[in-house]
Design a binder for this molecule. Structure first.
Ligand code: ADE
Length: 235
């Protein structure tokens, strides 16, 4: 069965975007996953086809109307197997590999992309949307965040990635105790006066493994104290 993605958006032309290329693009053409979009504006009911309105309580920006977004959700859910609704928002839970794995293992996903100040809270609750953030910064809309989530899911689908071992050793592969990856080198052995670390040229597999482990730990400790604490706690 094909893993199915549907994006609800005011800018359907942003899809598949980068996912039409490289690994994800080939997998899309091979039918390993599918992507369709629904134009949220098509579900507007008034003369002006409005999808947003001013925030109750005042303040800047516009809020997407719950009735219009709800109708788009209903259309996306129609037919086929039930798929989770994910709303991309900086207010969401940070996207982690555990959720990526969970979504990739399911039938697919319906991605709700907001513009303006976001969705009316009631439709988020009424539809049981999972609110997900791709990082502590603010994008101008949910579309690039949806593309990020999709890329992360699609590469885990059966037959999409080439080497199975690249998925193994990588950062975040070990759910309980993730470490950042060790640094990578290739030829030439000397480039602009910089040499590849000698241990990697030694042919000593145990020493290489030990060095990589140390580098992964050092990077995690220095750059991501939050991950390092989790790693330590997991033993
Ligand atoms: N929409 C705007 N900013 C976002 C973010 N950081 N993550 C997910 N969706 C967003």
């Amino acid at each position: 069965m094909t893993w199915r993605a549907t994006a609800l958006t005011l800018f359907p032309e942003m899809f598949p975007g980068p996912l039409g290329h490289s690994l994800a693009g080939r997998a899309l053409r091979e039918g390993r996953w599918s992507l369709d979009t629904l134009q949220i504006r098509d579900f507007a009911t008034d003369r002006h086809r409005s999808v947003d309105d001013t925030p109750c309580g005042g303040g800047a920006g516009m809020v997407m109307r719950p009735d219009v977004v709800d109708a788009a959700c209903a259309a996306a859910l129609e037919g086929g197997v039930a798929r989770p609704l994910v709303y991309l928002t900086p207010r969401g839970r940070p996207l982690e590999q555990a959720l990526v794995r969970e979504l990739a293992a399911g039938p697919g996903v319906i991605l709700v992309c907001g513009r303006y100040e976001g969705l009316d809270q009631r439709v988020i609750e009424a539809r049981g949307m999972r609110e997900v953030s791709v990082g502590d910064f603010v994008l101008s809309g949910g579309e690039p965040a949806a593309l990020v989530l999709l890329d992360a899911c699609v590469r885990l689908l059966p037959g999409v990635m080439g080497g199975a071992e690249s998925a193994e050793e990588e950062s975040f592969s070990d759910a309980a105790a993730p470490l950042l990856e060790y640094p990578h080198y290739t030829r030439p052995v000397e480039w602009q006066g910089r040499r590849v670390p000698e241990v990697l040229l030694s042919g000593h597999h145990a020493a290489v493994a030990r060095w990589r482990r140390e580098m992964a730990e050092a990077a995690t400790r220095e750059r991501r104290p939050d991950l390092w604490a989790r790693h330590r706690a997991a033993g």
